[in-house]
Design a protein around this ligand. Structure first.
Ligand SMILES: Cc1cc2nc3c(=O)[nH]c(=O)nc-3n(C[C@H](O)[C@H](O)[C@H](O)COP(=O)(O)O)c2cc1C
Length: 152
C-alpha cells in the first residue's frame, strides 16, 4: 500500500518524529507541506495529514493544504502532537475530508514538548515527548492501519 504522510512540524519537530517512526523502513513517504512543491497525492493509496496543535487545532497551513491538495475520495488518517490541551484536534481536517468524501482510517495523537509562551519560563511542558513508548505506539497504529486497509 503506497502511503504519503504530509506534515507540518515547526515548533520542536515533535510531529516529524512521530511520522518518521511511522514511515521507518520505507513504509511511507513524507512530505513537508511548507516545501514549495506539493506532493502529487493522486498516486498514493492512502494519505496521512499530520500537524502540531497550534491554538487548539491543526496548523492553518495544513488545513489549507488539505483543502487544496487532498484528492476526493482518498482514504486518509490524521496524526497530531500537542503540549497539554489538544482542543479540537483533527476536527478541521476531518471536515475537509468529509466534504471531499474521503474515508477516515483513524487518528493518532500524543504529547509533544512545548515551550510556547509562558511555558518557556518553566522550561516547557511535556518534556521528552514524544518518547520511546509514543513512537512505538505510533508504529503500531500505522501497522494496524495498513493491515486493516490491505484486507478491505
Ligand atoms: C504557537 C503555538 C501554539 C500552540 N498551541 C497549543 C495548544 O493550543 N494546545 C496544546 O496542547 N499545545 C499547543 N502548542 C504546543 C504544540 O502543540 C506542541 O509542542 C506540538 O508537539 C508541536 O508540534 P511540532 O513540534 O511538530 O510543531 C502550541 C505551540 C505553539 C508554538
Amino acid at each position: 500500500m503506497k502511503t504519503a504522510i504530509c506534515y507540518y512540524s515547526k515548533h520542536h519537530g515533535n510531529t516529524l518524529k512521530v511520522v518518521k517512526a511511522m514511515a521507518g523502513e520505507g513504509r511511507a513517504e513524507l512530505f513537508d507541506v511548507t516545501a514549495r512543491q506539493p506532493a502529487c497525492l493522486e498516486e498514493y493509496d492512502c494519505v496521512g495529514l499530520a500537524s502540531g496543535i497550534y491554538g487548539m487545532e491543526f496548523h492553518k497551513t495544513m488545513v489549507e493544504f488539505a483543502r487544496q491538495y487532498l484528492p476526493a475520495g482518498k482514504p486518509v488518517f490524521f496524526v497530531y502532537t500537542y503540549g497539554g490541551a489538544r482542543g479540537s484536534g483533527a476536527k478541521a481536517v476531518a471536515k475537509v475530508a468529509e466534504e471531499k468524501g474521503c474515508p477516515v482510517l483513524g487518528e493518532f495523537s500524543c504529547k509533544g514538548y512545548d515551550t510556547f509562551g509562558p511555558f518557556k519560563l518553566v522550561g516547557g511542558i511535556a518534556k521528552g515527548r514524544p518518547n520511546r513508548q509514543d513512537l512505538e505506539n505510533a508504529r503500531s497504529f500505522f501497522q494496524n492501519l495498513r493491515v486493516q486497509n490491505v484486507h478491505d
